[in-house]
Design a protein around this ligand. Structure first.
Ligand SMILES: [Zn+2]
Length: 209
């Protein structure tokens, strides 16, 4: 049973014990206030409960890496990107987050969207516009995530590990809401979107850019 309480201005009253509270990834730090347990909320949840709902941010791929491979530098496998021509469908650019237009040149390369090598740092294929494009900085779900009926979402911790139990294939219409629900958990650093059938990295969703 949760309820706001003036004795607990930073959080909510929680009628159960601390173990129950810890089971909810968005709750932390049990306090005693007015003889009752009081759970302080992380900032994103506090803002949500106050009506200032946090907005998931969809990020273009690291621009330093994008420039490097466009200029002939090594991809995540140490190879030069392959050049191909888009057929206009199913070739999402991870920089502008739009489908690469039919007949436009594109790059196919290996990417590892993690800062260091460790067991959870998956490497896989991505496409990029061969020519310079404008990295996505728009609001809401980018065009590239409207071309498939569903996507795989997975949440990661600050140390870039999968948070087990968060991986889920969601319909395109539910994608933003599920990302928001994950980002409201204090143990989630970011949410990755991958293709539901081929597991290709699409984009990373964060609270801020
Ligand atoms: Zn592009």
């Amino acid at each position: 049973m949760r309820a706001f309480n003036r004795d607990c201005p930073r959080g909510i009253m929680w009628g159960k014990d601390k173990t129950d509270a810890d089971a909810d990834g968005g709750l932390k730090k049990a306090q005693v206030s007015g003889g009752k347990k009081c759970i302080a909320l992380n900032m994103s949840i506090q803002e949500t409960l106050r009506g200032k709902q946090m907005t998931p941010v969809y990020n273009p791929y690291d621009q330093e890496f994008v420039r490097l491979v466009r200029n002939g530098g090594p991809d995540a496998n140490g190879q030069i990107a392959e050049r191909s021509v888009s057929d206009g469908a199913g070739n999402p650019c991870r920089s502008c987050l739009k489908d690469i237009p039919e007949s436009a040149e594109m790059l196919i390369l290996a990417a590892r969207p993690f800062p260091s090598l460790q067991p959870y740092a998956e490497t896989g294929p991505i496409f990029l516009c061969a020519d310079e494009c404008s990295p996505w900085d728009g609001q809401g779900v980018p065009p590239v995530l409207r071309s498939s009926p569903d996507y795989l979402l997975k949440a990661y911790s600050e140390d870039d590990r999968i948070i087990y139990g968060t991986g889920k294939i969601v319909t395109t219409g539910d994608l933003n809401d599920y990302a928001l629900a994950l980002l409201e958990r204090s143990n989630v650093a970011y949410v990755d979107v991958r293709s539901a059938r081929n597991n290709c990295f699409q984009t990373r969703i964060t609270r801020t850019r």
